[in-house]
Each structure stands twice: as structure tokens, then as C-alpha cells.
Design a protein around this ligand. Structure first.
Ligand code: UN1
Length: 511
């Protein structure tokens, strides 16, 4: 029985029981040990993926190097046309890929489909960009001179992605890299490797149809590849999404060889609930922010900073909303909350709640593992709300699970200080109808995060803006706006079309 159509989706995506490099027929070689990918939905084995050995890694890199020499010469708008074709393929496979994301990662089908939509959107964005990779022209201080800058492809981009957005984050990086004239080698999370194989299968048809080298899109699997990528001088840019702990190591390793990084690390995102807010809007923003994707987005809402005058009312409303949450199979659209990625994540959820209690926090609702029929994977938990204080160690950390900490404030300045008073700086939000509060929150003395929203929760950013954050979030920016610049190298060119050779700064050097 294929109740939720998962088996059909796997077949459509070309997934077989054991997937090695050759099964995708693309630049993905794997002759190493097997990784088994189990679904957190029901604990079943989805398929196995062979990991890449150090030799396989070298093969993939050699093909990438070769492909870069071809790809960088394809005019940017033509590269955009290839990405346009990739978007068409993604549109065709939206349903099965969304299902696979939901099944392998555990997010709701709606969110799985939303993730594929983000991929389509970034492709469309990249197609437009392919005609807009603009440089500036400058006025030279010397006569009969012209000065301008151009943006050239960088080379091979290393993409290390996380389990929580197993396909979208790859596409933000890969599709921009492609229009910029780069090729990439992708190391997906070992917790969601089947999604990566599915993407390679989709990309393959486009490259083949256009007689382009397979090395444009490389895939390596297995955790051992991270260090190979980080230390590889042939990779000028490593884009890493994951924890702050690992990100710090990636940052140091890549910097040591003067490579560049784009880091998308932990968040500790808060919503300020002002006394001038609309409670029904707060409710949707806060609850989706905290329990959507079972609290496993970088942008998930971790803290609610509530004005003292509306505190009791807000807590009551949240409590009754949480009581109505349906927890269960994410492919069933009646459910709001799916499973955590694995049992380790369940452990850290439970540990964080114990730590919060030990530090003086009070559980308002939730906590604990859901048992019984339909929950056999052991990955389903009851989303938890805890009254806490901002300085608690556990509140200062990111726990990738549905735990929402509540705290009170009396002045807006105090609320902003609490919101900023954590090591991370990804996303932030205020719910208010007060123009003064809103503008203060968005001003230079307001939120210190890379993302600051008004009357919108902390998660669910659109691809058109630059995505990323400050402080321990790592400072990287991906996706929209001018994030493309990180995938190219800038060259300043000065041309003398005169017959004299005047030096800059008026320096005389007579011979
Ligand atoms: C992430 O959690 O790694 O803003 C990315 C959002 C999504 C992306 C999250 N568009 O919630």
C-alpha cells in the first residue's frame, strides 16, 4: 500500500534501493560505504546511498575543473537559459520532489512543496540575473583613460547543505553559481541524501539535452567529504549551512587557505509582541514560526518577548492554540506538526526542556515524546512553551526543536535589548501597529539581525531578498538582492587609450 504516494514519487524521481554515483549518471561518484536513509515519518528505510571515497572525490573534482573551463565561456544569458530549463524540470517534478522532501526530512507536504517552489523561484530569479551581472564604470583621474570593473566567474563552488532544507538551500547556491559561470560540488546532509540524488537526476536531463559536461553539477556524499572540500585550494568558495559549532571550523579551515565562505549558521529568532499588536496575527506568526517544520528552520521562532500588559492574554491564547495542534504524519494535510529528523534531535529537545527547568523555567504546555500508533518512529514530540529568562544558558543556545521561550518586557527599548541579547543574529520580528515602535525596531538602534520583519513572523523569507544573518549566524548572504556577487570575482580594469603614460596621484617619473 502506498497511502501517501511515496513509492510512486520515488520511482518518478529515479530512486532505487541502492543509489551510487552511476545511478544518477552525473558527476557523482560513490564507491564507499552505504548511508541508510530512514524516514522520520514512519521509521522505514527509504533507500541507501553509497558514500564517496577520497578517490571518488578526486574524480568529481577533476570533472568539475574540466567543466568549469567550458561553462565559464558560455555567455551568461545562455547560462540563464540552461537554468530556465532546470526550472521547467523542477515544475514538472514539484509534486514528487515535495513528497520526497516531506518523507525524508519530515516537514509537512505543504512545506515540502513550498521548498520546491523556492527552488523554482530562485531559478527564475537567476534567469533574470543572468542578464544583470553588472559592474560599475568609474571616471579615471587621468586623461584619455577609462576605468571600469567586471565580474568574472570564480570557479568551483563547494556547497555543504543541511537536512532541514535539503533541496532549497542547495538551489539558492547552485542556481546563482551557475548563472555566474561557476560549477559546483555539492555535499548534502547525510540525513537527507536521497533528496540530493533526486535533484541530480533532474539536473542531469537538462545538461545531457544541451550537450553540456556533467562536471557542471557535482555531488559527493558522506561526512568525510566536508574536510576534503574545506581544505581544497581548487575551491575558492565554500557555502556552508549548519550549526555555529561546525561553521566556526569551516570558517577557520577555509580562511587558512584564503578561500571565501558563505556561512548560514544558527539563529535564535525572537518576535516582540507589543501591546499595540493584533493578537490574531501574532497567533499565526508565532505558532507557525515555532512549530512549523517542527522548529527545525534556522528562522524558527525561539523566543517571544511580550509586553507585560498583554502577557497573560497572549499566553492563554497560545496555550489553547497549542492544545489544538495535530501532531502526526506530515504527508497527511490534517496535521500541523511532523516528526523531528531523528532520535538524537528528540534527545536534545528533551534535554533542553530539562535544562530550562533546572535554570528556573516553567513549562506552560507540551514537552515529551508522542507515543502510540502512527508514532512508531519515535521522532514525534509535543511542541513546548516555557516561561524563561533571556540569560539562561539554554535560551542563549539554538535547540533545533519546537521549544518556544516566553519572556516579559515593559519598554520597547528593553524588548529590543532582549531581542539582540543573544549570540546569534539571523531573523527577528515585531508585531505592532505603532509607527514609532516599528521604525525604532528597524532603525540602526533596533534589531541587529540580518532579517527584521514587521507584522510577519521570523520564518518564511521570500527568495528575492538577501538571506542570512550577523554575529554567530556567520554573516553570509544567499539568495536574492546582490548575493550573486559572492559567487564572482571582481576585476578592476584601467585602460589608457592615449599616447602618454601619466601616473596616478600625479606622480612624476621622468626618464
Ligand atoms: C533554513 O532554515 O535553513 O525563511 C532556511 C525561511 C525559509 C528558509 C529557511 N525561506 O524560513
Amino acid at each position: 500500500t502506498d497511502t501517501f504516494g511515496v513509492q510512486k514519487a520515488l520511482t518518478q524521481l529515479g530512486i532505487t534501493a541502492i543509489n551510487d554515483g552511476t545511478s544518477t549518471g552525473l558527476n557523482s561518484f560513490a564507491n564507499g560505504e552505504l548511508i541508510s536513509s530512514y524516514s522520520p515519518v514512519d521509521g522505514s528505510l527509504i533507500a541507501q546511498v553509497k558514500t564517496s571515497t577520497p578517490d571518488d572525490y578526486q574524480t568529481v573534482m577533476a570533472k568539475a575543473e574540466e567543466a568549469f573551463k567550458v561553462w565559464r565561456l558560455v555567455p551568461a544569458p545562455k547560462r540563464g537559459d540552461i537554468v530556465r530549463q532546470m526550472a521547467e524540470e523542477l515544475r514538472k517534478f514539484k509534486e514528487p520532489l515535495g513528497q520526497l522532501v516531506s518523507f525524508e526530512m519530515g516537514k509537512s507536504l505543504q512545506e515540502g512543496l513550498g521548498e520546491v517552489q523556492e527552488m523554482i523561484d530562485i531559478c527564475d530569479f537567476a534567469v533574470g540575473l543572468s542578464r544583470q551581472l553588472y559592474g560599475l564604470t568609474m571616471h579615471s583621474e587621468r586623461p584619455l583613460h577609462r576605468m571600469y570593473e567586471q565580474w568574472h566567474p570564480l570557479g568551483i563552488v563547494g556547497i555543504i547543505s543541511a537536512f532541514n532544507f535539503p533541496v532549497a538551500v542547495w538551489s539558492w547556491n547552485s542556481m546563482l553559481a551557475l548563472v555566474c559561470g561557476d560549477v559546483y560540488v555539492w555535499k548534502p546532509s547525510s540525513k537527507a541524501p536521497i533528496c540530493a540524488i533526486a535533484c541530480q537526476n533532474i539536473i542531469k536531463t537538462v545538461l545531457e539535452r544541451n550537450n553540456l559536461p556533467e562536471g557542471i553539477s557535482g555531488l559527493v556524499t558522506g561526512e568525510a567529504c566536508n574536510e576534503l572540500l574545506n581544505n581544497d585550494k581548487r575551491i575558492p568558495l565554500v557555502s556552508f549551512t549548519g550549526s555555529t559549532r561546525v561553521g566556526r571550523h569551516v570558517s577557520k579551515t577555509v580562511a587558512e587557505r584564503f578561500g571565501k565562505t558563505i556561512l548560514e549558521l544558527g539563529g535564535n529568532n525572537a518576535i516582540i509582541v507589543s501591546e499595540h499588536s493584533d493578537i490574531s496575527m501574532v497567533l499565526v506568526g508565532a505558532v507557525f514560526g515555532a512549530v512549523g517544520t517542527a522548529g527545525q528552520r534556522c528562522t524558527s521562532t525561539r523566543r517571544l518577548i511580550i509586553h507585560e500588559s498583554v502577557y497573560d492574554k497572549t499566553v492563554a491564547v497560545l496555550k489553547s492554540a497549542y492544545a489544538q495542534l495535530k501532531i502526526g504524519n506530515p504527508l497527511d494535510s490534517n496535521n500541523h506538526v511532523g516528526p523531528l529528523i531523528d532520535k538524537m534531535a528528540v534527545e536534545s529537545f528533551l534535554n533542553a526542556i530539562e535544562k530550562a527547568k533546572a535554570e528556573g523555567g516553567t513549562v506552560v504546555t507540551g514537552g515529551g515524546v508522542v507515543q502510540g500508533e502512527g508514532y512508531e518512529s519515535g521522532c514525534y514530540v509535543n511542541p513546548c512553551i516555557i516561561e524563561a529568562e533571556n540569560h539562561y544558558t539554554v535560551v542563549q543556545e539554538e535547540t533545533f526543536a519546537p521549544i518556544l521561550y516566553l519572556m516579559k518586557y515593559s519598554t520597547i527599548e528593553e524588548a529590543i535589548a532582549l531581542q539582540n541579547g543573544v549570540p546569534q543574529g539571523l531573523s527577528s520580528s515585531i508585531f505592532t501597529n505603532s509607527m514609532r515602535e516599528m521604525e525604532l525596531f528597524l532603525s540602526q538602534s533596533g534589531s541587529d539581525c540580518g532579517i527584521a520583519n514587521v507584522n510577519i513572523g521570523t520564518s518564511g523569507a521570500e527568495i528575492g531578498g538577501a538571506f542570512g544573518g550577523e554575529k554567530e549566524t556567520g554573516g553570509g548572504r544567499e539568495s536574492g538582492s546582490d548575493a550573486w556577487r559572492a559567487y564572482m570575482r571582481r576585476q578592476t580594469n584601467t585602460i589608457n587609450y592615449g599616447t602618454q603614460l601619466p601616473l596616478a596621484q600625479g606622480i612624476r617619473f621622468d626618464l
